[in-house]
Design a protein around this ligand. Structure first.
Ligand code: AKB
Length: 315
């Protein structure tokens, strides 16, 4: 019987992943935790505890007390916010990871999921169809922490047998919980603003292509990776996940198919330099052949779901 700890259940990924895990493993077996209150759907469907991943003693006592066997550690300061507080972001991102690696080594919570990101790549990386193995010289504090984290995960797997699994998420797009502090956030905000005000000022320039994925596909990929037979995993750093690739101009055109008078203008800020250092598209063939990564949504099918669901939510 699996007993799962989700750290960061109130965030963009956590709020949806927790519910998906509860459907599979049973509400009472998925322990949602965060330092802030989660949405009602999480509070009402199963256990929730305020827990700070940076407090190792508490974390360890929690895992032992509830006989945790798997951990999803989703706590992180994202790329845009991290550039405002580089030292703190480094400390938080690395300590959160190291505490869960130690937890997996010290207790029965041996299986650990930790999200990496396309931010591990940098300006010297091939920009199109970026391969799994390539030059990686990230120049953002978030990217440096994700790259170091991948190395630590692989190290704990080889040295201590921790069942570390990870995906390099592209920008994730969802209608449930808004993104917080990332460079790809525009691709979520644009849908909310299209419905609320029929206009959006984008903080990236119109031709900035980035890899993106609809949340349903990301949740499925995450659970598929965690459920994959160990023998199928040829790498224990982190798998490239491509999803789709589009620019702000492409999303605007996709929205205009449903809201013809939607308007967009562009005022690039400091996040433009971050986006310019990241890949435009990703080669995820290793994940596809190792454990069967597959995704369903393209830009137009995602736009349809986003607009329909946000309308319902705001009604
Ligand atoms: C961010 O923009 O910081 C994140 C990411 C791509 O990891 N969404």
């Amino acid at each position: 019987m699996e007993r799962i700890l989700v750290i960061g259940c109130s965030g963009q990924i956590g709020s949806e992943l927790t519910l998906a895990l509860r459907k599979i493993y049973g509400n009472e077996n998925v322990f949602a935790t965060d330092i802030k209150q989660p949405p009602a759907s999480i509070l009402e469907s199963g256990p929730f505890t305020i827990l700070d991943v940076l407090d190792y003693n508490n974390l360890m006592h929690f895992a032992i007390r509830y006989k945790i066997t798997q951990v999803y550690n989703l706590a992180a300061v994202l790329s845009g916010n991290a550039e405002k507080i580089p030292q703190q972001a480094w400390e938080i991102n690395m300590k959160a990871l190291m505490n869960t690696l130690e937890l997996s080594r010290d207790t029965d919570a041996n299986k650990l999921f930790w999200p990496s990101s396309i931010a591990v790549f940098g300006p010297t990386t091939p920009r199109y169809n970026t391969p799994q193995l390539t030059v990686m010289e990230p120049n953002t504090v978030y990217g440096i922490s994700k790259q170091a984290g991948e190395r630590w995960g692989e190290y704990y797997h080889k040295r201590y047998g921790v069942d570390f699994r990870s995906l390099r998420y592209p920008g994730l797009i969802s209608y449930q919980t808004e993104a917080g502090g990332g460079t790809t956030d525009y691709a979520v905000e644009i849908y909310f603003e299209a419905i609320k005000n029929k206009k959006y000022t984008c903080f990236l320039s119109e031709d900035t292509a980035l890899p993106m994925m609809f949340m349903d596909d990301a949740i499925k990929a995450t659970i598929d990776l965690m459920e994959a037979d160990e023998s199928k995993l040829s790498l224990r750093s982190s798998y490239n996940v491509g999803g789709m690739s589009f620019t702000p101009k492409d999303v605007a055109a996709s929205i205009q198919k449903h809201i013809p008078d939607f308007q967009i203008d562009y005022e690039p800020d400091f996040r433009q330099a971050i986006a310019d250092s990241w890949p435009a598209s990703i080669d995820d063939s290793v994940a596809r052949s190792d454990w069967g990564l597959s995704d369903k949504f393209n830009l137009d099918s995602m736009t349809e779901v986003m607009l329909t669901e946000i309308r319902k939510k705001l009604a």
